[in-house]
Design a protein around this ligand. Sequence first.
Ligand SMILES: [Zn+2]
Length: 224
Amino acid sequence: MPIVNLAALAAAVAAAVPAQQEPPAAPVEPVAPQEAPAQPIPAPQISPRQPARSRAIGLPFRGRLAGGVPFPPQGPAFATWDPVLKRSPNRLWRRYATVRTVARILALLETYQQAHPTAPRVLVGDLSLPRGGPFGRRYGGLGHASHQNGLDVDVYYPRLDRLETAPRRAEQVDQVLAQDLVDLFLQAGAEKVFVGPNLELEGPREKVIPLVYHDDHLHARFGR
Ligand SMILES: [Zn+2]
């Protein structure tokens, strides 16, 4: 078995991720009239050992993300999926979230992989933009009404044919594996999981909610 050089792997991942990648045509944020005039802001004092504060601001439908971090492009248990370009990995600027959201998803995906070691990797789709805010149609595809403050994530259901690509129809979904994903998101603290109305995924009625356009992916929303 080849020995994986973790240091080299980490360096390769770091090199593959551009330091400053911004979404195209990022909306210009108007300055809110009630905001104080610009004043000199002291440089943030963050020691290398102290992680930057990561905060979900406002609501999933009307919010922002401060100190967000990108979800990794891929790992042993998952790959990311670009819902507009229909390819993996998803573009960096589409997968920011709070540190806590990223950590929760990574942990539950690891649990999933341990439970299903021969299953294909899970495809993680859009999270939030680097600074959150509106993530609508201007970013391609249907866009998102929510996904604005680093607490939302889309995850594609595993396919019956085990292909590592997003399903297109409910009939292509492995509902046993999909249900396990729903359960793991709830155990990880998701407050809402939106699922396809043509699937038979179950859970507490106030948390697992059928919603149109969710026959190919579930949408999980964490609390802060
Ligand atoms: Zn979503």
